[in-house]
Design a binder for this molecule. Structure first.
Ligand code: C2E
Ligand code: CA
Ligand code: CA
Length: 662
């Protein structure tokens, strides 16, 4: 048996305003009340039949009949709920329960009063029958609504009061004993009702707990899915999520859907954003990129963040290369507009690589790998382009990676050579300096141009070792030339911004024993402008060691002469693309003329590169060009040949036909 405190607490739990409890109570009532009403109706009928004629009609007919009708209506109502019991709104359930709480005790009480009233008209036998009828109605009602403990107990109590009053006041010992029995029985039943409710409540409670746990598990699963398949920073799908979408897409494509394209977008120079604006700035750029891409791809496909500064794109329903390229161009334009950070704005470009699924049985992994290769090609071909994967691209990527592997070995085995191309005084034909140019011929790959392998060396981190090797070799040869002949050495764009590059190069010259005053470093303007502060540091280091600085490929970048005026330069090389048109294009001719005159005003020497014809040579002389370099004078030569050239007659560098006139 339960302690009374426990009982109280259980009873008070009926006030727990839990919807789940309401639902269960309502369902229990719906299951039990129709039968209860059937019993009540039958009891009333027995009552009417037993007493009709022997008592006044108001007791035997006028009060019971409406009761029977109301009970029948209630029974019909509760029976009607059975078919829709799971869909009933909570408000309606509450209202139904309230009506039961009000109706059940009232019904029992009125019946009890009625039975007590009728008992006046008969003998002991009649009274005992009345007692039984009251018992039946009271107990059945109380039990059937035991899920509403207060209403249930109230029902029992209000039915007993008139009855016990009647029995005790009868003055007959048997009936008084009956009253006591009835009271004891009622007490016992109340206990049973409470126990009953306790079990009911515990059951519901545990069901609520189970439901709650189930809901929590569902939430946790949703959360895990969210974490597993979404990128925390940008909120868009992550690599795993993208694989999921892609695999589904491939499965759908197998069922006759059209092809689609998979792309990877890489932000160019994102690292610089982090360096300049901190991680906060970098995060903002990534978030805005995700937002722009999602908006652009809305209705056309999907976007995901693969990691770092790479995003994936899925373009629905296309296997057309030009459509993919067109979309790639649109996305590049989108990234090109400024990113707004808290205090500044940043400008970025991006590169894209795509692969197309056209039912060739590619896997998600393969599609992304191909897109990655196409991206790699976009990035290595000067960045900010779109490439679409195809067989030719695959071969070129393959060749590139083969070159990278072989270059690594070639550097280790000292297989990359230095050739030297003369730079001459076009007025006198004197040899002024040699530009050192790297040469590498591989037994299987054949001759690999320096443009290609220098770029690969930069991308694969080999450029430092390669440059050091080349400078050492060049310096060893240069040391053998007469002292007035200088060495012009090309410095890669990447090295110009390396913190210690300048010092390292100077120390190599020291090792070899070549006076730095005899060395010029050729640097392109794009290399300097890429990160001007770091570049200036390297230039200062070189200059203070006595090395001259030459601006290479002048005219191909975006800087103007006024900008380069502020750089610590000694010499400018006008790019071959201008020399090519000096005789045919008046505008080009004028540009060359003004560059030459400006250099002379600024006290800078100026070399014209790529002179191939006598006409170009003469045009340059006419423009007051002094220094020249090109196949007209000599192609790059071996170290031995350079030594030979350096020690012969000063005027020998002019072509045969010109040497007499100069
Ligand atoms: P660059 O510094 O502009 O070098 C000049 C290029 O023009 C050389 O090509 C040279 O052979 C070529 N050239 C010279 N005169 C003529 C001419 O009259 N006609 C034609 N058609 N071409 C001429 P190369 O040796 O293939 O080098 C290409 C580029 O590779 C160089 O351009 C330079 O940027 C890079 N490079 C070459 N050697 C090195 C090196 O040792 N280190 C670094 N960092 N880059 C190098
Ligand atoms: Ca050069
Ligand atoms: Ca050049």
């Amino acid at each position: 048996m339960m302690k009374s405190k426990q009982l109280k607490s259980i009873l008070s739990k009926t006030s727990v305003n839990s919807n789940a409890l309401i639902v269960e109570q309502h369902k229990t009532l719906a299951a039990q009340l129709p039968t209860t009403y059937a019993v009540v109706i039958l009891t009333f009928i027995v009552f009417v039949l037993s007493y009709y004629g022997s008592a006044p009609n108001w007791i035997t007919l006028y009060v019971p009949i409406p009761f029977i009708l109301v009970s029948a209506a209630r029974m019909k109502y509760w029976l009607g709920l059975a078919s829709t019991i799971d869909d009933i709104p909570i408000e309606k359930r509450r209202a139904d329960i309230s009506s039961v709480i009000a109706f059940a005790p009232t019904l029992s009480f009125l019946f009890s009063v009625l039975a007590v009233a009728i008992a006046q008209y008969g003998g002991v036998h009649n009274r005992i029958e009345a007692i039984f009828l009251i018992w039946i109605v009271a107990f059945v009602t109380a039990f059937s609504i035991s899920c509403l403990p207060k209403a249930s107990i109230t029902t029992l109590i209000v039915s007993s009061v008139p009855l016990v009053g009647l029995l005790l006041s009868s003055g007959e010992g048997v009936l008084q004993l009956f009253a006591v029995t009835f009271l004891l029985l009622s007490a016992l039943v109340i206990r049973m009702l409470i126990t009953n409710y306790h079990s009911f409540y515990t059951l519901i409670q545990s069901r609520i707990v189970v439901d709650e746990k189930h809901r929590e598990a569902e939430l946790a699963r949703a959360e895990i899915t969210q974490i597993a398949f979404n990128d925390e920073l940008t909120g868009i799908v992550n690599r795993n999520g993208f694989y999921r979408i892609l695999n589904q897409k491939i499965a759908d494509a197998g069922q006759g859907n059209t092809g689609f394209a998979v792309g990877i977008l890489g932000l160019d120079g994102f690292k610089t954003i982090n360096d300049l604006y901190g991680y906060e700035g970098g995060d903002t750029v990534l978030q805005q990129t995700a937002f722009r891409l999602e908006r652009a791809m809305n209705g056309k496909g999907n976007v995901a963040r693969l990691g770092a500064d790479e995003f994936a794109i899925l373009i629905d329903d296309t296997n057309d290369v030009s459509a993919v390229e067109h979309l790639g161009d649109e996305l590049r334009e989108l990234i090109r507009s400024p990113f707004w950070l808290s205090h500044n704005s940043a400008m970025l470009t991006c590169s894209l690589g795509f692969s197309i699924f056209s039912n060739g049985g590619e896997t998600a992994h393969k599609l992304l790998e191909n897109a990655e290769q196409a991206l790699f090609l976009s990035k290595s071909s000067g960045r900010s382009t779109t490439s679409v994967y195809d067989q030719a691209l695959a071969e070129s990527v393959f060749r590139r990676s083969r070159i990278e592997q072989e270059l690594r070995l070639a550097i280790r085995d000292d297989q990359v050579d230095m050739y030297f191309q003369p730079i001459v005084d076009m007025n006198t034909g004197a040899l002024v300096s040699f530009e050192a140019l790297a040469r590498w011929t591989h037994e299987e790959l054949g001759f690999v141009t320096p443009d290609v392998f220098i770029d690969i060396a930069e991308q694969s981190g080999l450029i430092g070792d390669l440059t050091n090797n080349l400078l050492r070799k060049a310096a060893i040869t240069a040391k053998l030339w007469p002292a007035h002949i200088k060495l012009s050495f090309n410095l890669s764009a990447q090295q110009v911004t390396q913190p210690n590059a300048g010092l390292e190069l100077v120390s190599i010259l020291g090792d070899v024993g070549l006076n730095p005053n005899r060395v010029e470093m050729e640097i392109t303007e794009t290399a300097i402008m890429g990160d001007i502060d770091k570049a200036l540091l390297t230039l200062d280091n070189l200059k203070s060691a006595g090395i001259s600085i030459v601006l290479d490929d002048f005219g191909t970048g975006h800087s103007s002469l006024s900008q380069i005026r502020d750089l610590p330069l000694d010499k400018v090389k006008i790019d071959k693309c201008f020399i090519d048109h000096i005789c045919t294009d008046r505008k080009v001719n004028r540009i060359i003329r003004s560059v030459l005159s400006l250099c002379s005003d600024l006290g800078l020497a100026c070399v014209s590169e790529g002179i191939e014809t006598v006409e170009q040579y003469e045009a340059l002389l006419e423009c007051k060009g002094v220094l020249g370099q090109g196949y007209l004078f000599s192609r790059p030569v071996t170290p031995e040949k350079s030594l030979e050239m350096a020690t012969i007659d000063q005027r020998a560098m002019l072509p045969e036909a010109l040497s007499h006139s100069a």
